[in-house]
Write a new protein. Structure first.
Length: 190
């Protein structure tokens, strides 16, 4: 797991991460086009997060485009998930996990380890693709963590954990869940 530190708070709002993903769906579907099926699973009960929506939209697009490039077979699938979580180590610190997984060609352990090292190097050094550096910086700026898991022939999964806001804070952004069905248990679309 790559540890990341908190950063800037410019243009942040308290939002449902599921609503941010839902807003980005049309652009993500257009980017995927005929390359893969896009599957979405969202936890309607996930806590709110304080985020910059533009930055999170960029993160989603970078990860979806990377997944598209990794898919080299028919029947490609990209799965995007949002779930509220708690850690066994820190049960009083809930977080929201954004997952982007593909069934593409995947990477071996050495490649993933090298990628993790490159993401921790200064931004002006050569190495990891610019897209993943942007993702890493954005997540670090939001006080989150980034984890990359991959196996050759089995695809890649990127997990992003963002700190959840305290329950009482959800009232700060009344439009955050606009369009969401409060009785819904999730969303599955292809």
């Amino acid at each position: 797991m790559i540890s990341v530190e908190p950063g800037y708070t410019r243009a942040r709002r308290l939002l449902s991460l599921s609503s941010v993903v839902r807003d980005a769906l049309p652009v993500m579907r257009a980017a995927v086009a005929d390359t893969a099926v896009l599957r979405i699973a969202m936890d309607a009960q996930a806590p709110m997060v304080e985020i910059n929506t533009i930055a999170i939209h960029r993160v989603l697009m970078k990860l979806v485009l990377n997944a598209c490039q990794a898919i080299r077979q028919p029947h490609g699938v990209i799965e995007i998930g949002v779930a509220g979580m708690t850690s066994a180590d820190y049960p009083n610190r809930p977080f929201v996990r954004l997952t982007v997984a593909d069934n593409g060609m995947g990477m071996d352990r050495a490649t993933v380890d090298n990628l993790r090292r490159q993401l921790l190097e200064p931004a002006d050094s050569s190495g990891a693709g610019l897209g993943l550096r942007i993702v890493h910086r954005a997540i670090r700026a939001h006080g989150g963590q980034l984890q990359i898991d991959s196996r050759p022939g089995h695809g890649t999964t990127v997990r992003i954990d963002l700190p959840a806001t305290p329950q009482g804070s959800a009232a700060l952004d009344t439009g955050a869940c606009e369009g969401e069905d409060p009785d819904s248990t999730g969303d599955q679309s292809t």
